[in-house]
Every structure is written in structure tokens, then in C-alpha cells.
Design a protein around this ligand. Structure first.
Ligand code: PLP
Length: 451
């Protein structure tokens, strides 16, 4: 399937016929695609001009097994030839979906034992919101419909998921201001612990619950570590405090593990770092390492118990819920993660990555606030870290820096919003010690060019 078109021919077609996600249309129409990827193997990506780069962010934090994995390709091919598609509606099922539900249940903490399959993260979160509301309806409390989420959170782009998303830019053209989606300040630990004198108490989850009345709240959704919000870690004890708060008020807790799930943070799930078991755990990305469109909502036994006691069903499901090929790929992906001890690799390589980033912080003036857990890390770029002076917003410092990294052979992600200039790192879980060193060396060279 070798392409016979040149880069500029492809770029012309792209400009005319392809509207890209989260891409300024005018700029794209003028300039065409920034990169046209053509190949990937392991942690390396190649573009159509043959330039090779390390993927230091697993593309969209999802390609956890790296590119070109033959076992995953084989699993997909085998399943496509055996049974390419079957529906999961009206109780119909297929073997890969059944086995994947069992596998995910065995990996998920506590009694998170029941899976609803989706095609991705936004669908998982939307499904969790509906399941939470369905649960409350069956419990005789249909007025519990509100969903509380955090500022700077990212939960996806379907209407429900966007409504929960706390990053303002995403909130256009949706029901973001609907009364049943409420925002709370992120990581307001003291307030969540009950300290009424805490700053912004009224804006905390606890404050919002008190203002609205607990008996109107269906669920609280949190990312264990905020990803697109800027790789923001919660303060020590925060997730536990949210769990306790939910328990106090009988509110369901949803953990959005779309990034953290399946080894990213050095544990199988992000919540395990905080010893918390949510009522719903939403996954996608790492469940298939990006080889298939797959996601799931994993729920606890007490949720299922309520569902199975009733004669009612929820009208909800996607054509691709429990897609046999996607589930076969997911199953093989999880088998490889376990067999090759990639969660452990994430932990060990993550420690090396963090040490490397701290080295950059000590040696380069603009690098600050280095943080990381497993293979999920972030740094801030500040003009003058000592005096807390940020770069001018028009400088788009993080984007400028990642562009330099890109040219030197390393793909990263930048988030330049709300006066912060964050660079995110999340390399594939298969990365080696040497490749981590290569990443740091490129980042170091890029910092010399940046300064
Ligand atoms: N939740 C989180 C935490 C995410 O980071 C993302 C995507 O980046 C999503 C949900 C949405 O997932 P998807 O793009 O698969 O719909």
C-alpha cells in the first residue's frame, strides 16, 4: 500500500477535504498538515519525509505498547477473519467481549467487576453519567441527576463529557451551563476535608454539595491525575478525601482513568496510588494501546445489584459496544502488559524520567515544577521561575519549545493556557532506559535552542 503521492500532493488534499480536530481551521487551510506520519515501530515514529522521532507522549497518551506490535496486529486479523462484528444488544454476545470483561474485572481494584463497553473515553464518561442517573432512578431518587466535576478537568468532547469538562475552551456549543453539570475548584484539599475557613470553601466539591443539596447530586467525577488540564497531581490525601465526602453524602464517585488506566502511573490504575475504589471507573486509550477504538465503564457490585433487581433497562448502547475485534485486541494488549511486566517498567522508567527532568530543572533556568508518577510527567516553563514570572502568553512558550523538540526528534505535548506553559510527557510503557536517556538529551538540546 505504498503511497505514490508526494507530501505536497497529500497536503493539498488534506487542506481541502480534511477538517482536523482541535486545529485552527484557517491556519490549517493556509499551511496544511504540520506532520504526515507514515510509519511507527516501538517508540519511534516516522513522517512521510523519513524523519524519525521518539514518541514521548504516546501520541494522545494512548499508544502504550508502542507502534507496529505484531501480536496485536495478529489478534486483530485473526478475530476479523473469525467474526468481524457482532452486536451486544438484546443480550447477544461474543467471546472476546466476554473474556475481556472478565480480564478487566480481575485487574480493577476492589469489587469493580462489571464492564460496559464503549468505543472511547468520551463515550465511557457519558455512559457513566447515565448509569449513575439510572441507578438513582431505580433507587427511588430520580432527582439525583447533577454531576460535579473539577475545573481544568478533561473528560472528552461528546455533549455529556464536554459538559463535565472544566477546560473552558472546550465548553462551547454544548450544554456546559446546564444546571445538572456543576464545576468545583480542583484539588481544594482543606475544604474537602471539611475546613470551613479554607479559601474558596464554597467553590469546593463539599461547598457545591452543600449549596445544591446532596440529594440532587448523582455523582462526582475526577481524574486521578489531571491530564489535558496540565498534568496536575492532586495533593496528598485528596482522592481519599473525595471518596470520603462521596460516602458521607451517598454520592457516587466516578474515576476518569482514560489516561491513567492500565499502567500509565506505575500501577495498573491511577486510583491505586491513592488506595481509593470509585463506584465507576472509566477507561479507554490504554485498554487497547490505540490499536482499536475501545473503552469501558467498570462498575462495582453494588451498582450491578441495583440494576439486576429491577425489570427496567436503560436505552443506551453503541453499535460498537463490545466490538469483537476491538475486544480481542484489548485482551491481547492486557495479556502483553502483564506478561512483559509493563506496569513495573512504567514505574522504574518513570523514576528515571523524573530524575532526568529534575536534572533539566537544575541546569536550565526556565524549567520548573517537575512532577511525575510512572510514565506520566509534566514540567512548567517560566520566564523567571525564581520570581514566578510567566512567559508572555503571546509567546506560546510550551508550544515553541515542543516544536524545537519535534525538530530534534522528540514528540511531546504542550499546554499553553491560563498563564501556564506546560510540557507533558507520557512515553509508551515499553520504553527502555536508553530511550529515556535519549529523550532527556533531546530535551536538553532543545532547551539550549529555546533559551
Ligand atoms: N478523559 C480523559 C481523562 C482524557 O484524557 C480523554 C482524552 O484525552 C478523554 C476522557 C476522552 O477520550 P476520547 O478522546 O477517547 O473520547
Amino acid at each position: 500500500n505504498q503511497t505514490i503521492l508526494t507530501r505536497s500532493e497529500l497536503a493539498e488534499i488534506d487542506k481541502k477535504h480534511y477538517l482536523h480536530p482541535t486545529t485552527p481551521p484557517k491556519l490549517h487551510y493556509l499551511q496544511g498538515p504540520s506532520t504526515i506520519f507514515s510509519e511507527g515501530k516501538g517508540v519511534y515514529l516516522k513522517d512521510i519525509e523519513g524523519k524519525e522521532r521518539i514518541d514521548g507522549v504516546s501520541m494522545l497518551w494512548n499508544v502504550n505498547l508502542g507502534y507496529g506490535n505484531e501480536e496485536l496486529a495478529e489478534a486483530a486479523k485473526e478475530q476479523m477473519l473469525k467474526l468481524s462484528y457482532s452486536s451486544s444488544f438484546s443480550g447477544q454476545s461474543n467471546e472476546p467481549a466476554i473474556l475481556l470483561s472478565q480480564k478487566v474485572a480481575s485487574l480493577a481494584p476492589g469489587d469493580l467487576n462489571v464492564c460496559f463497553f464503549t468505543s472511547g473515553g468520551s463515550e465511557s464518561n457519558d455512559t457513566a453519567f447515565k448509569l449513575a442517573r439510572f441507578y438513582w432512578k431505580l433507587k427511588g431518587k430520580p432527582e439525583r441527576t447533577k454531576i460535579i466535576s473539577l475545573e481544568q478537568s478533561f473528560h472528552g468532547v461528546t455533549v455529556g463529557a464536554t459538559s463535565a469538562t472544566g477546560i473552558e475552551g472546550f465548553q462551547n456549543f454544548t450544554t456546559s451551563n446546564a444546571p445538572n453539570f456543576l464545576k468545583a475548584e480542583a484539588h481544594a484539599l482543606e475544604a474537602e476535608l471539611g475546613d470551613k475557613n479554607a479559601p474558596n470553601y464554597s467553590r469546593s466539591i463539599r461547598g457545591v454539595i452543600e449549596a445544591e443539596g446532596a440529594d440532587t447530586i448523582a455523582a462526582v467525577i475526577v481524574e486521578p491525575i489531571q491530564g489535558a488540564g496540565g498534568v496536575r497531581f492532586p495533593p496528598e490525601g485528596y482522592l481519599q478525601a473525595v471518596r470520603k465526602l462521596c460516602d458521607e453524602h451517598g454520592i457516587l464517585m466516578i474515576a476518569d482513568e482514560v489516561i491513567c488506566g492500565f499502567g500509565r502511573t506505575g500501577k495498573m490504575f491511577g486510583v491505586e496510588n491513592y488506595e481509593v475504589v470509585p463506584d465507576f471507573l472509566c477507561v479507554a486509550k490504554g485498554i487497547s494501546s490505540g490499536y482499536a477504538h475501545l473503552g469501558a465503564v467498570v462498575m462495582r457490585e453494588h451498582i450491578r445489584e441495583v440494576f439486576v433487581k429491577s425489570d427496567e433497562m436503560m436505552f443506551h448502547g453503541f453499535t460498537y459496544s463490545g466490538h469483537p475485534m476491538a475486544c480481542a485486541v484489548g485482551l491481547k494488549n492486557l495479556e502483553i502488559i502483564e506478561r512483559d511486566q509493563l506496569v513495573e517498567n512504567s514505574r522504574i522508567r518513570g523514576e528515571e524520567l523524573l530524575r532526568g527532568l529534575k536534572f533539566l530543572e537544575s541546569n536550565f533556568k526556565h524549567v520548573t515544577q517537575v512532577r511525575g508518577l510512572g510514565l506520566l510527567a509534566g514540567i512548567e516553563l517560566l520566564k523567571d521561575p525564581e520570581n514566578g514570572v510567566p512567559f508572555d502568553p503571546t509567546d506560546h512558550a510550551a508550544a515553541r519549545y515542543t516544536e524545537i523538540c519535534m525538530n530534534l526528534g522528540l514528540q511531546l505535548r504542550s499546554f499553553d493556557w491560563k498563564g501556564t506553559n506546560t510540557v507533558a510527557l507520557a512515553p509508551p510503557l515499553i520504553i527502555t532506559k536508553k530511550q529515556v536517556e535519549d529523550m532527556i538529551n533531546i530535551m536538553s538540546d532543545a532547551l539550549i535552542a529555546f533559551e
